[in-house]
Write a protein that binds this ligand. Structure first.
Ligand code: HEM
Length: 140
């Protein structure tokens, strides 16, 4: 396959994974603010579980095409290691959201909606330099 098609698919799955990374904590905000409405809470938890699973599949596809670009087409450089470190941090964030979701499902309490809204900004701060590195292909 032409490397431009691999890159196209890589970016498609980056978009899909990042959608889950940005939206999962938004659902956690809603769960934290659902109060004592068990039906609402259950529906939100179902949405969160499905989104979390979807995100795992999108991450796997993104990794497959990204790793093909890097290891098979040999596109990369020192910037790639920094980008991968940022990707690892975004993945930690995503897993932390999954842990909070599981805690809420087990009846545990979540941080406040306000705290979760701030927490939600972390992947944005990590994605901006990751995208810049992929586009600029240099550490500057
Ligand atoms: C799973 C880990 C990842 C690997 C191994 C990986 C690897 C790569 C490689 C080798 C390229 C080709 C760069 C080029 O054509 O010069 C690329 C392109 C790109 N990646 Fe990733 N990537 C990963 C995750 C991500 C994430 C999480 C983002 C965004 C947050 C991202 C955003 C991009 C963008 C925007 C491009 C296109 C750059 C361009 O052509 O100008 N990647 N990636």
């Amino acid at each position: 396959m032409d490397h431009l098609w691999v890159k196209t698919l890589h970016i498609l799955f980056v978009i899909a994974w990042m959608a889950a990374v940005f939206y999962l904590p938004r659902i956690l905000v809603n769960i934290a603010e659902a109060g004592h409405e068990p039906a609402v809470r259950e529906r939100l938890l179902l949405m969160a579980r499905r989104l979390y699973g979807f995100g795992h599949i999108m991450f796997g596809a993104m990794l497959l095409f990204g790793a093909t670009l890097w290891l098979h087409y040999k596109i990369g450089g020192p910037w790639m290691h920094v980008k991968l470190s940022l990707v690892a941090l975004i993945l930690f964030f995503y897993i932390a959201c999954g842990k909070m979701m599981k805690k809420a499902a087990a009846g545990g309490t979540l941080p406040s909606g306000k705290a979760l809204r701030w927490f939600n900004e972390i992947p944005l701060l990590l994605a901006i330099p990751a995208i810049y590195l992929a586009v600029a292909k240099t550490l500057g």
